[in-house]
Design a protein around this ligand. Structure first.
Ligand SMILES: [Zn+2]
Length: 119
């Protein structure tokens, strides 16, 4: 596990070996965030918040800027313009073996959707 940076990346939880998204939550005075990569709908987000987990917008998917985690403000929680993820809790929902090997430079990675989505 490497030190987190503002740019979100996939990693492995050292305790439960689940896939996690690691990032800093801001560019200045930031806190490290470890989130489950599973996208939450409204009910799942509410359940996560009732469990005391913080939820984040996962920005920058699809090649629109660098992937980043931005904490969701409770007053604006009804707005869902980006995928929503929650703070990681062991054991995570996705095993690390589900993470594909890193893509060569210039190749699309897990954060880049394929061009030929069939729907
Ligand atoms: Zn874990």
């Amino acid at each position: 596990m490497k030190a987190p940076k503002v740019r979100a990346r996939l990693d492995v939880c050292p305790r439960c070996e689940s896939a996690i998204v690691v990032a800093l939550d801001a560019a200045v005075a930031a806190l490290p965030v470890r989130a489950d990569p599973l996208h939450l709908d409204g009910h799942a987000e509410l359940r996560a918040r009732l469990e005391g987990r913080t939820t984040y917008n996962l920005l920058g998917l699809g090649g629109l800027g660098a992937p980043a985690l931005v904490e969701r403000i409770p007053e604006l929680i009804v707005h869902r313009k980006h995928p929503v993820v929650a703070t990681h809790r062991c054991p995570g929902p996705i095993p690390a073996s589900a993470i594909p090997p890193p893509s060569p430079p210039g190749e699309p990675d897990l954060f880049t959707p394929p061009d030929d989505i069939p729907f």
